[in-house]
Design a protein. Structure first.
Length: 236
């Protein structure tokens, strides 16, 4: 759950959507077309259709064929595609968002390049994801989190900002949302034991994912990882 005092939302799961809506109002008030990068089954598309009705065109992409098919059965405009190679013409959208999806990219610089290509001048890119804190302690949580959640792009704000600037973006907002999270922690000694020993006994992908989730909670608690909000703009 995510609760932020300055972001009114009916449910904690809506807080990030409210942030996206606010970014649209602030930086792209004339936006009419939005794209969710790594949309899963399209839940955020359905929510943004309510929160930002000015977005008369909404699309979503997911790398998972199964997720795309499930979304389509719910009449959500989702296609199977990689956000590294979007199936849309140049300058197709006014606002893009990526909620907990950029973290999984092997080549995040390609993500930023494709986002820049598909945005219209004056458009915005909103990112909400787990980022590496500056000076983070590498043990014991980070290796377990990286492996368990395939967190290939666990990078710092400075690293993301550099890649985004190379692509042509200007960073407008950055905010650490971690204080607003409700974390679920195991006793420290038990969590440390699991994080440091599970490679010797865990063989199932589900177990690895569960350990990764546990490690993320503790990495957020220790400050090694920060749940981060960024807004980047493509200038006119």
């Amino acid at each position: 759950d995510l609760h932020l005092a300055d972001v009114p939302s009916a449910q904690p799961t809506d807080t990030v959507h409210a942030l996206i809506q606010r970014a649209i109002t602030t930086y792209a008030p004339h936006a009419t077309a939005g794209l969710d990068l790594g949309c899963g089954v399209g839940a955020s598309l359905a929510r943004m259709a309510v929160l930002a009705p000015q977005l008369t065109t909404l699309r979503g992409v997911t790398i998972s064929r199964q997720q795309a098919l499930m979304a389509q059965t719910m009449q959500r405009p989702v296609v199977q595609a990689s956000y590294h190679a979007l199936p849309f013409p140049d300058a197709s959208f006014d606002v893009l968002w990526a909620i907990e999806s950029l973290l999984h990219s092997h080549t995040p610089w390609r993500f930023y390049a494709e986002a820049m290509r598909c945005l219209r001048p004056g458009g915005v890119l909103c990112i909400c994801d787990d980022l590496l804190a500056e000076g983070a302690n590498p043990q014991p949580w980070l290796p377990a989190f990286r492996e368990g959640w395939q967190a290939h792009a666990l990078l710092t704000v400075a690293q993301h900002r550099s890649m985004a600037q190379i692509a042509g973006f200007r960073l407008c907002e950055v905010r650490n949302l971690t204080p607003g999270l409700t974390l679920h922690l195991l006793p420290h000694a038990l969590a440390t034991l699991i994080a440091t020993t599970y490679p010797r006994w865990a063989r199932h992908a589900l177990v690895t994912s569960m350990v990764g989730s546990m490690a993320l909670q503790h990495a957020l608690h220790s400050g090694d990882v920060q749940y981060t909000w960024m807004v980047l703009k493509k200038d006119d």
